[in-house]
Design a protein. Structure first.
Length: 82
């Protein structure tokens, strides 16, 4: 089972990777930039597996680069609160 098959699993996976990055001393700005690159990759190369991912992909594709950065930042905040 892929971490992308279930949105809750994806959020947990992302939260763990963010924690690891912070433990290695990565700044919030760098983490957000990396999240933006991941968002670009997923949007261009991975078919959504559920409705949440489909909505995120549609939002991502409609957004400007600045808005994508905001979406990446919001996603980081979402998974860190859980």
């Amino acid at each position: 089972m892929s971490v992308l098959d279930n949105f809750s699993t994806w959020k947990e996976f992302l939260a763990n990777r963010i924690d690891q990055a912070k433990n290695f001393g990565m700044s919030d700005k760098t983490i957000t930039e990396m999240a933006q690159h991941v968002g670009d990759y997923l949007s261009q190369n991975v078919e959504p597996k559920n409705e949440e991912e489909r909505v995120l992909k549609e939002l991502w594709n409609a957004a400007s680069e600045e808005e994508q950065r905001a979406l990446a930042s919001a996603m980081i905040k979402l998974v860190q609160k859980n």
